[in-house]
Design a protein around this ligand. Structure first.
Ligand SMILES: Nc1nc2c(ncn2[C@@H]2O[C@H](COP(=O)(O)OP(=O)(O)OP(=O)(O)O)[C@@H](O)[C@H]2O)c(=O)[nH]1
Length: 305
């Protein structure tokens, strides 16, 4: 069962069940195949928790045509990296150019040659896997193996725009290990690195919902994005994260606040508007973090942005 779950998935989108059947028969020995006879359903599958690795997309479909499906796929951060291959009876060069300009990686005209389709699918999937790996490496912090600042910046921008569109709240948590210089100075840099790794894992484990996100912000600072969280909900999560680090019980006899490693957290929550920016949200969280440090560390302080 687990091998099935991890198997590469191809989504076939065609309003003609007979076309789907033909392609599915050829692909299913090697890939896990999902199918859709409508563009709307294809979009849902593409942004689901179990998205495909490649989409074979028909152009001529009633209601939403393949070009529109492709356009929407490429606009959504959750599906924009999923390769789209058009398989279509529309065989003019203008049609092909339009498909490729919309962001499709390939354009195959009907009647197609099945071995060629299979070979192209294989090549595009190999490329997609390599891109996924590269993206992971670019966005992962080497020491703690959680997402890095670059990934945070990118995701905050996307979540900010989403929250603004939907008029939903969003919160940022800025976290800083207390007296970490004293930890490093007394226990050494290697122990310091171990502490950062353990802290990162504890913070990642404390997240509750799939959309919640934590990254290493730099040095001994971490940052979380909590979409759709009111200030109260964000504070509750911040408190859970603070407690998770304390519960690690990493000895820190040189700490100014406790006998173990602790965390201070600044929380900022807002409903994004055109007048505000994500940078202001981070700035507000930073001010709250400063207050948490001033108030004695090992605590959560919140400010409305
Ligand atoms: N081991 C290790 N230490 C790091 C790393 N990045 C930053 N640091 C250390 O983190 C420490 C941060 O110290 P400060 O910014 O003075 O803060 P602090 O001692 O935690 O004091 P407060 O935040 O005010 O409680 C410095 O000693 C840095 O060298 C890293 O990747 N590994």
């Amino acid at each position: 069962m687990s091998s099935l779950i991890t198997k590469t998935t191809v989504l076939i989108v065609d309003d003609e069940p007979i076309n789907i059947k033909l392609l599915a028969q050829a692909l299913s020995p090697r890939y896990r195949v999902k199918t859709s006879t409508s563009g709307e359903k294809a979009l849902q599958i593409a942004i689901s928790d179990d998205p495909p690795d490649l989409i074979l997309l028909d152009v001529l479909m009633p209601e939403m045509d393949g070009y529109e499906v492709c356009r929407q796929l490429k606009q959504d951060a959750r599906s924009k990296n999923t390769p789209v291959v058009f398989i279509t009876g529309k065989n003019s060069s203008e049609d092909e150019a339009r498909g490729l300009e919309l962001g499709a990686v390939d354009y195959i005209t009907k009647p197609f040659n099945l071995p060629i389709v299979m070979a192209r699918v294989k090549n595009h999937i190999a490329l997609k896997k390599k891109n996924d790996l590269l993206e992971q490496l670019v966005f992962i912090d080497g020491l703690t193996e959680i997402p890095n600042r670059r990934r945070f910046d990118e995701l905050l921008e996307a979540e900010w725009l989403r929250a603004r569109r939907n008029s939903t709240p969003i919160a940022v948590l800025l976290m800083d290990i207390d007296s970490f210089k004293l930890f490093n100075d007394n226990y050494g840099h290697t122990e310091g690195d171990d502490c950062l790794r353990a802290t990162a894992a504890a913070l990642a484990n404390a997240l509750r919902r799939p959309a919640d996100f934590v990254a290493r912000y730099g040095g001994e600072e971490f940052v979380a994005i909590v979409p759709e969280a009111t200030e109260d909900a964000a504070v509750a999560l911040a408190e859970k994260m603070r407690a998770a680090v304390e519960a690690l019980q990493v000895p820190h006899e040189y700490s100014e606040v406790a006998s173990v490693v602790t965390l201070s957290v600044g929380v900022a929550a807002t409903v994004p508007s055109l007048e505000r920016t994500p940078e202001q949200l981070i700035q507000t969280a930073d001010e709250a973090l400063y207050k948490a440090k001033q108030a004695g560390r090992n605590r959560v302080v919140s400010t409305q942005c």
